[in-house]
Structure formats: C-alpha cells, structure tokens
Design a protein around this ligand. Structure first.
Ligand code: NAP
Length: 346
C-alpha cells in the first residue's frame, strides 16, 4: 500500500484571548504515512477515531518555558488531547491489532502514541456493552473521573445538604449533579443557555438558572446557604458562592474557565468570609486522585452510563480539520455536552 496523507492539527500561534482556528491552530496535510512499513520501534501504530476538546487545552497554549500542570503545545507540532483509537500494528506486549486504546493522542489521523506517559499514556480498553467508545473521552473518561474522584474524595456529602454546581451542563458538572442527587442533596446548578439549563434539570438538578440572564447572587441568596460548592468557573461566581456559603462549607475547586482566556475584571470581594465561615477550599487535579479512585470508577460508572442510570450528552464535531473550531467552541460555551471530534469511523 502506498503512503497516504496523514492530516494533522498543528499549534501555530499563542493566542492572547480565545483561540482562533486557522490562526492558533492550522490543519496540515503535508505529511504522508506508510501504514504497513512505518517503523514502530517497539511501539504501537494507532488510527485515531475520536478526540476530546477540553477546557484545559487553553492552558497548554502558552510559552513553552512556563510551568503548568499540563505540558505546553509546541509551535509547529501537532496539538494533543485525550482520544480513542484503534490499534493497527504493534510491537508492544498487551497491545493487539484491532483493540481500542484510550489516552493522549496527537491530533493526527495516525500516530504512534506512548503508553508510558504518566496517568494518560494509552491503555487498552473494552467498551462496556451498550456504551459507545466515544463516551470514554467524556462521562466514561477524564471528565467523568474528575467528577467521581473529586466528589468521593472531598465532598463529604450528607443527605439534606445543599450544593451549587457551576458549569452544570458539561460532562464534569452534569455527572456531579447526578452524584449529588444520589447522595440526597438539594442541587442548585448554573449554565449559559436555556438548552443547557434544561439538560441540568433532565439530569436531576432541583434549581437551575441561566447565569447570563439571572443574577447568581440573587439565586444563591434565595436558595442557599451552600454546604458544598463545585466550582468549574472561578471568578465572580466563586465570589458569589463564598458570600452564600454555610459555616464549614466545602469548596471543590475543579476549574476556572471564566479566567482561562482573560485574567481581567475579576473583583473578589468576599475572601474574608473564607475564614469567617471556616470554608475549606480543595484545589485538585484528577492526576493526583487517579491512583486511589480509578479502579473503582471503571467498575461503577461505565455500567451506569450504559444502563442509562447516569445520563450524559455528546456534542459532535466531524472531521479533524475542524478540531480548532471544536476547541474554541468549548472555551466560548458553544458546546452543548461533551465536545467530541470524530476523526474517522472504524
Ligand atoms: P464543558 O462544560 O464541556 O465546557 C466548558 C463550559 O464552560 C462551556 O461550555 C461554557 O458553558 C462554560 N464557560 C465558558 N466560559 C464561561 C464563563 N466565563 N463563565 C462561566 N462558564 C463559562 O467543560 P468540562 O469538560 O465539563 O469542564 C468543566 C470544568 O472542569 C473546567 O473548568 C475544566 O477546566 C475543569 N476540569 C478540571 C479538572 C481537574 O483535574 N481539576 C479535570 C477536568 C476538567 P456555559 O454555556 O454554561 O457558559
């Protein structure tokens, strides 16, 4: 078989605000790959099926010498994210051709990903019967793990308590809502469109509001005080949650998407209430909690997703050439559910 084009999405330029497809990232078709003869050097050749577009990818669009929790994208090189692929050839024990892998993949149609990257190196998996493999980049993968690990480790939830979940309609927030309902809590959730508000209701939230059209402070004053706040957005929403916290509240600091594309305009007025109300803030990364909770997650959650006991929603972008737009959509809130880029069919 002759070499074929290997389409890739390259990092092109560090953005100053929101990432822009065609500028921040470019789609490149200049490389070919010989699938039968490319040397594996002890590794695995993978055909990419789906890729994830995640909020944290904006953090990777930075100067290469700045430290952060995920490695930077390198200008001129493919960007990478979690994904699912099919093994085409392998020289590595345990990776059989025809099997599925989940882990960090280049945004390329074909690649030789490493199993040796900590936490998110590729691993073989068998999709739960009845569960599509794309779910393994969403509720059945990293975002769902974030919800499960964080909730189990830090929420210390008691039936009858009140939790507020910002970013409630995304893969992280919507699973947190369902875990909290299972534990018997009253759940307040926020999201940025009426469609997303409806989804939060569909997964069981008791009080849901569109933070773009309703006042977060007013709702929390009415429906609080908060025993738990699951923070996906940071900024002034966090400040409003502090103002409405109960004494000894637990704040699960999962993300701060309101600040990933701009650091301007954040005016925190209530930080003194952290000590006054004896609030505990838990900043956490999924990578730290994985050794403790991963095995339990895979035993429990994929089954509940497959049976429909836990609901999830995907928002599909078709074609690797559109991955730059998919990444932007997540940052601006244009995604309705877990943003999945479908690169190829099996
Ligand atoms: P997601 O909901 O699929 O996408 C991000 C959503 O954030 C957007 O759809 C948008 O929805 C919302 N958003 C964007 N700008 C906002 C703003 N200025 N204010 C409020 N909301 C805004 O994301 P996800 O994958 O579930 O992730 C949710 C959060 O968890 C993110 O902050 C992410 O970084 C974090 N996270 C943390 C870890 C960890 O290890 N700590 C792991 C995974 C994810 P709206 O339409 O509702 O605005």
């Amino acid at each position: 078989m002759a070499p074929i084009t290997n389409g890739r999405t390259l990092f092109n330029e560090i953005p100053t605000g929101f990432p822009e497809p065609g500028k921040t990232t470019v789609y490149d078709t200049s490389k070919t790959i010989d699938l039968e003869n490319v040397p594996l050097n002890g590794g695995v050749l993978v055909k990419t099926l789906v890729l994830s577009a995640d909020p944290y990818m904006r953090v990777q669009m930075r100067e290469a010498d700045i430290e952060s929790y995920m490695p930077p994208f390198i200008v001129g090189q493919p960007i990478f994210s979690l994904g699912v692929g099919k093994i085409l050839r392998s020289e590595r024990d345990g990776f059989k051709p025809g099997g599925y892998v989940y882990g960090l993949l280049d945004h390329a149609e074909y690649s030789l990903p490493s199993p040796d990257v900590p936490v998110f190196g590729i691993r073989v998996f068998n999709p739960e019967p009845g569960l599509q493999y794309s779910a393994y980049v969403g509720a059945g993968g990293m975002p769902g793990q974030t919800s499960y690990y964080g909730w189990k480790e830090y929420a210390n939830a008691k039936a009858g308590e009140t939790v507020f979940v910002s970013g409630g309609a995304g893969p992280v927030g919507s699973l947190v809502i369902q875990l909290a309902k299972q534990d018997g809590l009253k759940v307040i959730a926020s999201a940025g469109s009426d469609e997303k508000v409806q989804f939060c209701k569909d997964v069981g939230a008791d009080v849901v509001f569109n933070y773009k059209t309703a006042s977060t402070l007013d709702i929390l004053r009415q429906e609080g005080p908060l025993n738990i706040y699951w923070d996906n957005v940071g900024g002034t929403t966090l400040d409003a949650a502090i103002e409405n916290a109960a004494n000894h509240a637990r704040f699960l600091e999962c993300g701060a998407i309101s600040q990933y594309n701009s650091k301007d305009g954040v005016n925190m007025k209530n930080l003194d209430q952290i000590y006054a109300r004896r609030i505990t803030l838990y900043g956490f990364l999924i990578s730290d909690l994985a050794p403790k909770w991963e095995e339990e997650f895979y035993k429990v959650i994929p089954k509940k997703l497959a049976s429909g006991e836990f609901k999830f929603r995907e928002d599909i972008t078709t074609g690797l050439e559109n991955s730059g737009q998919a990444i932007r959509d997540v940052q601006i809130g244009a995604n309705t559910g877990k943003k999945v880029i479908v690169v190829a069919q099996e």
